[in-house]
Design a protein around this ligand. Structure first.
Ligand code: NAD
Ligand code: UDP
Length: 312
């Protein structure tokens, strides 16, 4: 197949591209390298199956030929990254999504929208099922990301209803693994880098808020299935193993053998207090469930960061 991946030079996107290439597909990546990096795609590009086009999908998606699947992953994903670029985040969720949908429509390709657990905001239903409409502050700082993704879902289903485009909307829960950008501010990369450098681990608030962490290889299997199986309804992709942020700090200290102290800082505005996916639908529709245990995934990630920090 020939597959377009917007945001394919980022953390998730580059792992997806690797998996697509391993399955002998040809891949075109459009990425503006704002939070991603060409180096993430080095091995994939070396196969000769991947073309990287550097560009902002909110302005233009200048691609030729037919596609079988279009994955729309382009968007800042880390809270500090999207809070620093609010207008670019709103643009890529709205204009960027519309342009990616038009590319899919021109080919009759299946469109996979990388949505997020943030559409549930600070959830009042726990664990989060897909039929929960969420509790998002529509004017708070995080709204530039949350509402952009909610718009992305709405326009994706509008193309499905009015143009009969085959679509899969996947709501991705916190995912981690090698190639998380060391400086992008997400909790797993922050804690691992801090622990390996012997710096204090920066826990925001008292650390009682929870997240449920999915290893990137598990997520990528789900994304591949989403590209093969258009669905009428959004599907959560995440690992229901839930942990408090403070427990995570202790676990990463233990797994790295670090003696870094834990320091507490202010909690960011509207930081969700708990988050855990109900993955029954992913199981029913895709036959998907995560396989990689959190300790195992964290050790793999720590080893990758050790190599990266050592300059390998
Ligand atoms: P990332 O920041 O590593 O990757 C995003 C990629 O999109 C980067 O390569 C970036 O350069 C590119 N990009 C951003 N704006 C662009 C634009 N206007 N035009 C072209 N390229 C652009 O983040 P990630 O974790 O790999 O996230 C990928 C997708 O998955 C995002 O849409 C994100 O919202 C979604 N998601 C990720 C998670 C997670 O935990 N990793 C959770 C929920 C949703
Ligand atoms: N967090 C933290 N210290 C950090 C980075 C994040 O305590 O250095 C917390 C953050 O406040 C949130 C959780 O960890 O409660 C997950 O944050 P992240 O930015 O990874 O993703 P989010 O789930 O908020 O989008």
């Amino acid at each position: 197949m020939r597959i377009l991946v917007t945001g394919g030079a980022g953390f998730v996107g580059s792992h997806l591209v690797d998996a697509l290439v391993a399955a002998s597909h040809d891949v075109v990546v459009v990425d503006d390298l704002s939070t991603g990096a060409r180096s993430n795609l080095e091995a994939a590009i070396a196969t000769g199956r991947v073309q990287l086009l550097v560009g902002d999908v909110s302005h233009n998606i200048d691609v030729d030929g037919q596609f079988d699947v279009v994955y729309h992953l382009a968007s800042p994903a880390s809270p500090p990254a999207y809070l620093a670029r609010p207008f670019a985040t709103l643009a890529v969720g709205s204009e960027g999504t519309r342009r990616a949908l038009d590319v899919a429509l021109a080919s009759g390709a299946t469109f996979v929208m990388a949505s997020t657990s943030e559409v549930y905001g600070d959830p009042l239903v726990h664990p989060q099922t897909e039929d929960y409409w969420g509790n998002v502050n529509p004017t708070g700082p995080r709204s530039v990301y949350d509402e952009a993704k909610r718009f992305s879902e709405a326009i994706t289903y509008a193309y499905h209803r009015y143009h009969e485009l085959p679509v899969s909307v996947v709501r991705i829960f916190n995912t981690y693994g090698p190639r998380l950008a060391a400086g992008d501010g997400r909790v797993v990369s922050n804690f691992i880098v801090q622990a390996l450098r012997g710096e204090p681990l920066t826990v925001y608030g008292d650390g009682s808020q929870t997240r449920s962490l999915c290893y990137v290889a598990d997520l990528v299997r789900g994304l591949i299935l989403a590209g093969q199986t258009p669905t009428e309804h959004p599907v959560n992709l995440g690992n229901p193993q839930e942990i408090t942020v403070l427990e995570l700090a202790h676990l990463i200290r233990e797994l790295t053998g670090s003696t870094s102290p834990i320091e507490h800082y202010g909690l960011p505005a509207d930081d969700p207090t708990r988050r855990r996916p109900d993955i029954m639908r992913a199981h029913d529709v895709f036959g998907w469930e995560p396989h990689i245990d959190m300790r195992d995934g964290l050790v793999r990630t720590i080893n990758a960061f050790r190599d990266e920090l050592a300059g390998h």
